[in-house]
Design a protein. Sequence first.
Length: 199
Amino acid sequence: MTRSFALLSRLLHWTMALLILAMLFIGVAMVSSLSDYHRLVAIHRPLGILLLVLVAVRLINRLLSPPPPLPADRWAQKDLGMLQGCWRLGRDTEGSIGLAGRSERCAIRAGRICFSANGGGERQATANCPATGTITCTAPITARFGNDSTLRTSQPAVRCNPSQANWTGTPNSLTCRRVSDTLAICRDGLNFEHEFRRD
């Protein structure tokens, strides 16, 4: 299980940091010592090109081996900042949706939760129904860690469009436990389990 950045990522980071510091000191020396200017430029220029190449390598490395979205150490530290961004909740499915006193069978897409760095955010649900069309429901959501190392969310109010649709169940809270660096399992108020992954 990956608990930190890969070795290549760390080597690139620290090598680039040292090169940037070297370029900074060489640049200051170039300005203050005109007699050594040409010799310092001969060092400064290739270091700048090397740094540019390392930036490209680092970007490619980041695309090929991104950091884990749910690292164990940040979960253990109860760091809500790791949640920042959007997450997929559950999977696409079918279900009945209440519509102004009647029920309609609809294709329900996996939910989405987008968090800010402080654990606040919005939960979104979308369904495609044969007669009604697309229904979208949103709810403000707040996340916090419990003493038992579970992540808990609460959503006080749900708004749907069209307004005659309603969120029929009572899943106004989720309790999530970390399974791996990429997955948590969340149980809602109806006791259903949902996969929780980076979107």
